[in-house]
Design a protein around this ligand. Structure first.
Ligand SMILES: Nc1ncnc2c1ncn2[C@@H]1O[C@H](COP(=O)(O)OP(=O)(O)O)[C@@H](O)[C@H]1O
Ligand SMILES: [Mg+2]
Length: 270
């Protein structure tokens, strides 16, 4: 299938070559997942989310089923207010769900105790938000250290890793700056450093370039591209069709449901 990752695809190609070398002894193998080699890293079933706000309830997710393959680059698009952010928050365990299950690496995250879910998230997931969401009273390097400290790293190890990560995003000399002393693009690079520092299996980016000019947005996308090249799973919500077209898989969210799930080629002629 076209949606298959180039890199992940080549891995599974190797596997099928190896299999065929075994010749006729290989009896029909189960078909590989359409989206990546092997098991999905995340598997959501029947996920419902209802916001209860005084006078009326909003059903923001209406029973979503979704598998995300390890190493996949998935783009999420859809009109504003249709549930993209809710989807990310519910699949990552940032927010509670009303019904359904979300398994990450085989573990159901919504049935974990809060403390365990927080730790699981700190170790396995990274987040990049449109509004950066840095902690204003912390310096850049302190912001980057947070997931490591939550994950149980010592202060010393966290400092070294955070400094390396800031170097990687080109902000090695800005570690002592508070977020307000940085430009929007620099703040988002700090946020990316924070998202990546614990080498999470899944990185969620919710309109990561929404507040950036096109030049800065490109630099941020390049950094996120490196995440994918490193084999991490990357889910990006975007309004921008030209960004959406760069994924291997496009999921369109409409009114709390998945209206389309397939190759992003449909963006070309729409
Ligand atoms: N905290 C909240 N409380 C009540 N309603 C919410 C809340 N967050 C989102 N919603 C509603 O849920 C729906 C989906 O919102 P959201 O997931 O933010 O959409 P998107 O990210 O696609 O713009 C919208 O109708 C929105 O108004
Ligand atoms: Mg949103």
């Amino acid at each position: 299938m076209k949606t298959q990752a180039t890199r992940v695809g080549s891995v599974s190609d190797h596997r099928s070559t190896a299999d065929s070398e075994l010749g006729a002894k290989v009896v029909s193998q189960p078909a590989p997942s359409p989206h990546a080699g092997g098991q999905p890293i995340l598997s959501a079933r029947g996920v419902r989310k209802i916001y209860r706000t005084g006078s009326h309830d909003v059903e923001a997710l209406r029973g979503v089923d979704l598998d995300i393959g390890a190493g996949e680059l998935m783009m999420v698009m859809g009109p504003s207010g249709n549930g993209k952010t809710t989807l990310l928050n519910c699949l990552s365990g940032l927010d509670e769900i009303d019904e359904g299950t979300v398994h990450v690496d085989g573990e159901e995250i919504h049935s974990m105790a809060d403390a365990k879910r927080t730790q699981h998230r700190a170790e396995r997931m990274g987040f990049v938000f449109q509004s950066f969401n840095l902690i204003p009273v912390f310096s850049a390097i302190e912001n980057v250290e947070i997931p490591l400290l939550v994950g149980g790293a010592t202060a010393k190890v966290a400092r070294v890793k955070a400094r390396d990560m800031l170097d990687r995003v080109g902000l090695g000399d800005r570690g002592g700056h508070r977020p307000t002393e940085l430009s929007g693009g620099e703040q988002q690079r700090v946020a990316i450093a924070r998202a990546l520092v614990s080498e999470p299996a899944i990185v969620w980016a919710d309109e990561p370039t929404g507040n950036l000019d096109s030049h800065t947005a490109e630099a941020v996308l390049e950094l996120l591209g490196e995440v994918h090249d490193a084999g991490q799973t990357l889910v990006i919500v975007t309004h921008d069709r030209s960004i959406g077209a760069r994924g291997q898989r496009l999921v369109q969210v409409r009114d709390g449901s998945i209206a389309y799930d397939g190759p992003p080629t449909i963006l070309e002629n729409a």
